[in-house]
Write a protein that binds this ligand. Structure first.
Ligand code: SF4
Length: 289
């Protein structure tokens, strides 16, 4: 620990030369969390950087409660603690969500038009400012409306890096014009979802529209084990996704706030559909049999 920076609180701030410095606090570390020295995860520890303000940034609805606990904890040490981020409505005092995500990640909307029982995302679609980025993490980007989507595609065309639609595109909402917009981009990966068998016809149609992308760029989340569904059914859905030309990604269901312990056999079974190299080897082997 740097002794000079230990336990610096608001009273020490100007003396420490931190005028204008913002410490960003995140409920948990994810692939989207910034990694610079003024970004920390969780509750205050012994080492507290000099900062004029603390911003607790909440990207997901399931972290809102934890975000409030964090804000209370950080208020013990800093005079100005704000809370904001894409998950919050009407809070944030001018928070710019794009500043609080790892470089490249952008969230242009939150909420969803659906209420899937396995998902915690709730609330109507709310449009956010469109911050530049090439990893799009919206819950349901395609439900945001033509005007907003047009602006998002325009922003994506200006990016220097290939685009990843990581939040998942809703296959039921993909239209020809949207696919044409995606065709006009440099694409790293597009994620879709096949959480139930009901969505498979729409998924097939969406993958037909995206047939200009190779399999490796068309990833598809496949939920396993929701509502007592057997892992076998999840595996069947992964095979269906593969046969449609996409690369499945199995996700074992975990209820929010609880923890389901999957057996090592089921975890091993799912792993075959989580790593593209293993999935490809498996499918190549089956062709030879
Ligand atoms: S469509 Fe996706 S984001 Fe919307 S409720 Fe269902 S799983 Fe959640």
């Amino acid at each position: 620990m740097n002794e000079n920076m230990a336990a610096i609180g608001p009273l020490d701030c100007r003396a420490a030369g931190c005028e204008g410095a913002i410490l960003r606090v995140f409920p948990r570390r994810t692939a989207m969390t910034p990694t610079d020295s003024m970004a920390v995860v969780g509750f205050p520890g012994l080492w507290r950087p000099a900062a004029e303000e603390v911003h607790v940034s909440v990207a997901f609805a399931w972290d809102i409660e934890r975000g409030r606990e964090l804000a209370d904890a950080w208020r013990q040490y800093y005079a100005v603690v704000k809370m904001g981020g894409p998950a919050l409505d009407g809070e944030g005092d001018g928070f710019q969500p794009g500043m609080y995500l790892k470089e490249g990640v952008t969230i242009t909307s939150r909420g969803c038009v659906r209420e899937c029982p396995w998902c915690i995302v709730r609330g109507r679609i709310r449009l956010l400012d469109i911050n530049p980025g090439w990893i799009v993490q919206d819950n349901n980007l395609l439900a945001t409306g033509r005007t907003h989507l047009g602006r998002v595609f325009q922003m994506l065309r200006q990016q220097s890096r290939p685009v990843t639609f990581a939040g998942g595109l809703d296959a039921r909402l993909l239209k020809d014009w949207m696919a044409e917009e995606i065709r006009g981009l440099r694409v790293s990966q597009v994620f879709l979802a096949a959480d139930t068998n009901d969505v498979l016809p729409a998924l097939r149609h969406a993958l037909d529209l995206l047939d200009f992308l190779p399999r490796d760029k068309k990833r598809c989340y496949v939920l396993w084990g929701f509502n007592g569904e057997s892992p076998m059914k999840g595996e069947e859905r992964c095979r269906a996704v593969w046969e449609m030309g996409a690369m499945p990604f199995a996700q074992l269901y975990q209820p929010i706030g609880q923890h389901t312990v999957w057996t090592p056999q089921v975890r091993a079974q799912a792993r075959r559909w989580q790593r593209p190299a293993i999935t490809k080897a498996l499918m190549a082997q089956e062709v030879l049999l």
